[in-house]
Ligand binder design. Structure first.
Ligand SMILES: NC(=O)c1ccc[n+]([C@@H]2O[C@H](COP(=O)([O-])OP(=O)(O)OC[C@H]3O[C@@H](n4cnc5c(N)ncnc54)[C@H](OP(=O)(O)O)[C@@H]3O)[C@@H](O)[C@H]2O)c1
Length: 433
């Protein structure tokens, strides 16, 4: 007879309810694979009286999550409340009780990861978080375990489904950003307050977690350079298409000698790059390793059921660890092996750039613009002019140039009297179409 792993579930919303259903529906398979029956012994929510249509008796619900954490009959805690507090205090209290924790909380991990992993290690407990990046896509375990023997040199990911949906609809249905956002909200892909998604905060939190694992460097969300998609217009999408590119919001991490760069920004990537085919709310992370070469992990980056699959996978790992006995030690080990590498500021990076300007269609305009580029050592690869008179638009793609020089060049362009506006500057990543 399999032993029982008693789980305290904190939060029974989109993901928590899906976890409860999955544990019920797959109970026999899970018991066979983990050697334990995983039982939801107690569930904490804000409103314990509300019916959640989950296969859990109503008397197991409480509105007191700390009581669940401190309950001696509970073996492990699953935190699916989200946000920083009370999630942080509850997880720390769980470690103080010697309990291991599974969480999907990228916001918390990307801000307080070091503190939490250190507390887990001190308690000899585990902190597992597969669901925190990429929802249902296995990303954390492949990076931490399958690829642990290699050196990851770069990752480039689409890690926010809402912005990918918006950019896909702008590209394929020629919607404006506002129209695509409204559609995403009506379909439930975007929150009423979409700032965390469209301003890139959510992607930055995930980039910090991925970079920490991929490069063994402590990276917090605040260390990640971040630009959202709110500056992307229909013209940019249309020009990208004509030039053979697709616009995506990318989370990028790179190792450069002893330095690491971690950033989130929109980028034009060639239409034949594997990430260009990642449409709508799908997520994918393209990884390059010294020995493994290139690989891509692709799937549903959000949603109750896909995210629950990752949470339950973590619970099964905890059940297996427990059956190995008390001397197994913490599997976390995250803080002990981290090394210090300088985080390279974005000003010190170089890239190719797409620049869209509105200019007066008069003789000498191009000469003044070319002079500004030359002065800042930004070399122009190609240039197109569209329209005439006051409607004239100039599109340039640069050769690889330093970010600082590019910024100084754009500031100078904005001061030229025949340049009415520089409406977009977008990095071009991953080579030529
Ligand atoms: N949704 C996704 O697709 C997805 C994907 C990946 C990761 N995640 C992460 O998973 C976590 C949960 O997300 P979700 O979408 O399931 O959130 P959600 O639907 O908003 O559910 C949150 C749950 O937490 C409960 N709760 C909130 N504050 C509480 C408190 N102080 N004490 C006790 N319970 C409290 C709520 O109770 P009531 O129900 O009574 O209000 C609710 O059941 C977040 O960290 C999120 O970032 C979500």
């Amino acid at each position: 007879m399999a032993e029982t792993l008693n789980v305290g579930l904190l939060g029974c919303g989109n993901v928590g309810a899906a976890v409860a259903r999955m544990l019920h529906e797959h109970a026999d398979d899970i018991a066979r694979r983990s050697g334990a029956r995983i039982e939801l012994a107690c569930v904490a929510v804000r409103d314990a009286s509300r019916d959640r249509e989950v296969p859990i008796p109503s008397e197991r619900f409480t509105d007191d999550p700390m009581r669940v954490v401190r309950d001696a009959g509970i073996d492990v805690i699953v935190e699916l409340i989200g946000g920083v507090e009370p999630a942080r205090s509850l997880i720390l209290a769980a470690f103080a009780e010697g309990k291991s924790v599974v969480t999907a909380n990228k916001e918390l991990l990307s801000r307080h990861g070091r503190e939490l992993f250190a507390a887990a290690a001190r308690a000899g407990a585990d902190l597992l978080y597969e669901a925190s990046v990429g929802g249902g896509i296995p990303l954390i375990r492949p990076l931490r375990e399958s690829l642990a023997g290699d050196r990851i040199t770069r990752f480039m990911g689409i890690v926010n489904g809402t912005t990918n949906y918006i950019l896909t609809r702008m590209t394929e249905a020629e919607l404006s950003l506002d129209e695509a956002l409204a559609e995403a909200q009506s379909l439930g892909f975007a929150e009423a307050d979409p700032a965390a998604d469209v301003e890139g905060y959510d992607a930055a939190a995930k980039a910090a977690i991925l970079a920490t694992i991929a490069f063994d460097v402590p990276v917090a969300a605040g260390d990640v350079y971040r630009e959202g998609i709110t500056g992307i217009g229909a013209d940019d999408i249309a020009f990208a298409r004509r030039l053979g590119y697709v616009v995506k919001l990318l989370a990028i991490g790179e190792v450069m000698k002893d330095e690491v760069s971690v950033r989130v920004h929109p980028a034009m990537i060639p239409g034949d790059h594997p990430l260009a085919a990642v449409r709508e709310s799908f997520n994918a992370v393209f990884i390059e390793g010294e020995k493994v070469g290139s690989l891509m992990l692709y799937g549903l980056g959000a949603g109750g059921d896909p995210t629950a699959a990752s949470v339950v996978g973590d619970l099964i790992e905890l059940a297996r660890n427990r059956s190995r006995g008390p001397d197994r030690g913490a599997t976390v080990g995250h803080v002990e092996h981290l090394i210090t590498r300088r985080l390279k500021p974005v000003d010190e990076l170089s890239a190719q750039y797409y620049i869209l300007m509105q200019v007066a269609d008069r003789p000498g305009v191009l000469a003044a613009i070319a002079t500004a580029f030359a002065r800042h050592e930004v070399s122009i690869k190609s240039v197109w002019q569209e329209g005439h008179g006051r409607e004239a638009q100039l599109v340039l793609i640069t050769h690889r140039a330093g970010e600082a020089g590019l910024r100084a060049c754009v500031a100078e362009l904005r001061g030229i009297d025949t340049v009415e506006a520089v409406s977009s500057v977008i990095r071009v990543e991953a080579g030529e179409p």
